[in-house]
Design a protein around this ligand. Structure first.
Ligand SMILES: O=C(O)C1=C[C@@H](OP(=O)(O)O)[C@@H](O)[C@H](O)C1
Ligand SMILES: C=C(OP(=O)(O)O)C(=O)O
Length: 430
């Protein structure tokens, strides 16, 4: 029987996945040489680099840097083969926006999980702008062919809160040199807008209506990527639920559109201190100190969902340790992620002893569950795998998962840091 150990130490968080994708894209669309520091070398972000390399951009990887040399958006060339996006939804949707304005056609393919995810949410606005998007086997799903060309301006009301769709439209406007206006009901992550602003592009956000002006070109600019808040969330959760723990988590991106998990945990009574550091490329950054806490249950509000959309599995684990019943609704979007994350979270946590129930649009979590070891089916979803491993910190018996490799999608050194953290004499820096 394993013993439950208090966790102590300092963790440096690897680069943000969303920002690394955008850095690779905007650097490839700029003229000149860009050095991207602290790029996340995860499977998903590598797909974005590979896609631009296939279109003639020079990409060099060294240590934690990527050096991108490009002649700009107008000089991208047709790839010789279909572009394989692997598991990456962000690459699929954002790249579709770029390709809509290219004077060539491209075929996009993905792995079985990505091939089940909805693509009409991008094909519809891009078609309205003048691109032709053809689904090659099943309506609305990859593989899809994008026949790009000259685009027209668009004013688009977003039917779902999605930073990927919003970004696809902004990138189509940028590469197509046309004016775009996107209106969001609920604000989704704004990394694309912030990075474009850092490049000096004329982009405004007035009460959820984002406008990008036509005829703007990008010139290379070095980029430093902050640590990924979504990756930090696992360690914040670990500290908060494991008795006697205190963890310091460094170099974390603190963009307000990403830190809903932090705000909800504070509402639940978690002891979390945030020390702000200087911004990186228009993105707030800081150090987080999280301690074991006595927690109370919570109910999620609709407007906070986009700010914690990828943190629902780990939040459900935290809620299982709080006093009372937590209610998570407005989560239909979770059914369209790497897997159906409502079902995968409920099944995975139930296998470890959590009293949890799936609802049509969310889940109900009974608090103060006593967890036991067990086998968690990940459905090859990195966020389910990492949630199960954090759960193992508070079980006496072993937790096993059916796929350890999938963490490489967003957090390649997760297990390295996890194992170091479990050895109290070490502090898992990088
Ligand atoms: O724009 C992005 O980088 C992302 C947006 C979110 O997806 P949606 O746009 O589908 O909400 C999120 O779940 C994903 O992990 C990354
Ligand atoms: C949903 C995710 O990513 P993507 O949509 O890029 O596959 C995620 O990282 O949790």
């Amino acid at each position: 029987m394993a013993q439950i150990n208090a966790l102590h130490g300092t963790i440096s968080i690897p680069g943000d996945k969303s920002i690394s994708h955008r850095a690779a894209i905007l650097a490839s669309l700029s003229t000149g040489k860009t050095v991207i520091d602290n790029f996340l070398f995860s499977d998903d972000c590598l797909r974005t680099l590979d896609a631009f390399q296939a279109m003639g951009v020079q990409v060099k990887k060294q240590d934690q840097q990527v050096i991108i040399d490009s002649e700009g958006a107008s000089k991208l060339s047709a790839p010789t083969d279909a572009i394989d996006l692997g598991n990456s939804g962000t690459t699929a949707r954002l790249l579709a926006g770029v390709l809509a304005a290219m004077p060539f056609q491209t075929e996009l393919v993905g792995d079985p999980s990505l091939s089940k995810r909805p693509m009409k949410r991008v094909s519809q606005p891009l078609s309205m702008m003048g691109a032709t998007v053809e689904f090659l086997t099943e309506d609305g799903h990859l593989p899809m062919k994008i026949v790009g060309g000259s685009l027209k301006k668009i004013e688009y009301d977003m039917p779902v809160a999605s930073a990927q769709v919003k970004s696809a439209i902004l990138l189509a406007g940028l590469t197509g040199q046309v004016n775009v206006t996107v209106t969001e009901q609920t604000k989704s992550r704004d990394h694309t807008e912030r990075m474009l602003e850092a490049y000096g592009v004329h982009i405004t956000d007035e009460n959820g209506t984002i406008t990008l002006k036509e005829n703007q070109v990008l010139h290379a600019k070095n980029i430093k990527v902050p640590g990924d808040f979504s990756s930090a969330a696992y360690w914040i959760a670990a500290a908060v639920i494991t008795p006697g723990s205190e963890l310091t988590i460094e170099r974390v991106g603190l963009n307000p559109t990403r830190i809903g998990f932090l705000n909800v945990l504070k509402r639940m009574g978690a002891s979390i201190e945030v020390i702000q550091k200087p911004n990186m490329m228009n993105e707030p950054v800081g150090t987080i100190i999280a301690k074991h806490s006595t927690l109370k249950a919570t109910t999620l509000k609709e407007e906070e969902i986009p700010t914690l959309i990828d943190e629902i599995p780990i939040l459900a684990l935290v809620a299982s340790q709080a006093k009372g019943i937590s209610r998570f609704h407005h989560l239909r979007e979770l059914r369209f992620k790497e897997t159906d994350r409502i079902q995968a979270t409920v099944q995975g946590l139930a296998a470890l002893g959590v009293s949890i129930k799936a609802e049509e649009d969310g889940m109900i979590v009974q608090g103060q569950s006593r967890l036991h070891g067990g086998m968690v089916k990940t459905f090859h979803d990195h966020r389910i795998a990492m949630t199960a491993m954090i759960a193992s910190l508070i079980t006496n018996d072993a937790v096993t998962i059916d796929d350890y490799d999938c963490v490489k999608i967003s957090y390649p050194n997760f297990f390295e840091q996890f194992n170091q953290l479990k050895q109290p004499e070490h502090s898992p820096k990088d």
